[in-house]
Design a protein around this ligand. Structure first.
Ligand code: PMP
Length: 383
């Protein structure tokens, strides 16, 4: 057991103690088998059940229609960057006989990295909007009406990152395009709010921020995006062939078990989702997340002469709250005193500095309130 931390790290992130305790038990002795869930073959019925149950919970929580499949793969978010590009180009080629482009919205460092990875793989990238070019920094999202509009005849997919973890920018809308499916990176806000899955061609998320441990990556994919042109023909079109471990049609055919899935990590996800369902599913989680983040933003805004919030109000993230102060010395003092008050994990990403409070699903309202009170007190004492 442990004393409850108030840990606001951006990921890997805090998970409910009761989930970890149950998982620890399952790791040692799963359902009285004298074997842990991580020691059982991934082909064993018990392991397959863990995969199926977890998938079922995703379907229940998001109300996933049967136009879409749920998959678990390894590789984390970075592998999502490449697997989306190669799989979706191969699907577009099947539908049109052509090598399509990937169209990207660049609204922060993670979508910028997705572009870089696509370019490494030889994808023709079209950038529809780039916040850094429009605003000078990743602090806002250009109105959708001002984005470049991709041509559906030439575009395999549109890619965007729903929540930019480093810059604290979250989409308040879902970009939609006639005749082109949208792929979204939800690594840092998966299951944080209700969404209409039918609006997405693909969603992917590393589990380690909002729903579990590193090692499993969740994919939700529209069935019309699965079929692919044979590999020899892909080569002729200059489309990179997808490594088999990340090949969506194979993963779907094999129920996510083409190669060894980390079943213990999936079991943690399963337990996190069970708790989420028990605690009122997404309608309640969404309300909790709203309350946690608005309380903190309110205090930060109240002290706008002391804290600087770089992100435009309409696109502020509910998950990653980014702020700075007038000097690095003051920020260091904040971090030190926060730590003394048992509030940790608040340092901003090394690429941007400042402070960042990540209020993921598992962060309790009690922890969020303790943080808001500290933020209030620190401003009053140091103005
Ligand atoms: N996308 C987003 C939005 C992220 O926050 C991260 C990780 N911080 C990644 C992708 C990359 O994930 P991974 O480290 O699992 O490759």
């Amino acid at each position: 057991t442990r004393e409850e931390p108030n840990y606001f790290g951006a990921g890997p992130a805090y998970l409910p103690t009761e989930v970890l305790q149950q998982a620890a038990q399952d790791l040692v002795n799963y359902h009285g088998a004298n074997l842990g869930i991580g020691e059982i073959s991934h082909r064993d019925k018990r392991a397959i059940n863990v995969v199926d149950e977890t998938k079922q919970k995703f379907i229940e929580l998001y109300n996933i229609p049967d136009t879409h499949e749920v998959l678990f793969l390894q590789g984390g978010g970075h592998t999502g960057f490449s697997s989306i590009a190669t799989n979706l180009l191969a699907n577009f080629a099947k539908r049109t006989g052509k090598k399509g482009k990937g169209a990207y919205a660049v609204t922060g460092s993670w979508s910028a990295k997705a572009v870089e990875e696509a370019q490494r793989l030889g994808v023709d990238v079209e950038v529809l909007t780039n916040s850094k070019e429009v605003f000078g920094s990743y602090t806002d999202i250009q109105p959708f009406s001002e984005w470049k509009k991709p041509n559906p005849e030439e575009t395999a997919y549109v890619y965007y990152c729903d929540n930019e973890t480093v810059h604290g920018v979250e989409f308040p809308f879902i970009p939609q395009f006639d005749g082109i499916e949208v792929a979204a990176d939800m690594s840092s806000n998966i299951l944080s709010k209700q969404i209409d899955i039918s609006k997405f061609g693909l969603i992917f998320a590393g589990a380690q921020k909002n729903v579990g441990l590193a090692g499993v990556t969740i994919y939700i994919i529209k069935k019309t995006l699965i079929e692919q042109l044979p590999e020899a023909e892909l080569r002729e079109l200059g489309i990179p062939v997808t490594p088999i471990a990340f090949h969506y049609p194979t993963a779907i055919k094999q129920n996510s078990l083409h190669n060894t899935l980390p079943i213990f990590t999936v079991q943690i996800l399963n337990l996190v989702l069970a708790k989420l369902i028990k605690d009122g599913s997404l309608p309640e989680q969404e309300k909790r997340n709203d309350r946690k983040s608005s309380q903190l933003y309110q205090i930060l805004d109240k002290h706008a002469d002391f804290y600087n919030l770089p992100v435009a109000k309409g696109v502020r993230s509910e998950m990653n709250i980014v702020f700075t102060m007038k000097s690095p010395e003051l920020e260091a003092k904040f971090l030190k005193e926060a730590e003394q008050a048992n509030l940790t994990g608040l340092k901003g990403h090394r690429s941007v500095g400042g402070l960042r409070a990540s209020l993921y699903n598992a962060i309790t309202e009690k922890s969020a309130t303790l943080l808001a009170e500290f933020v209030d007190k620190f401003a009053t004492e140091n103005k």
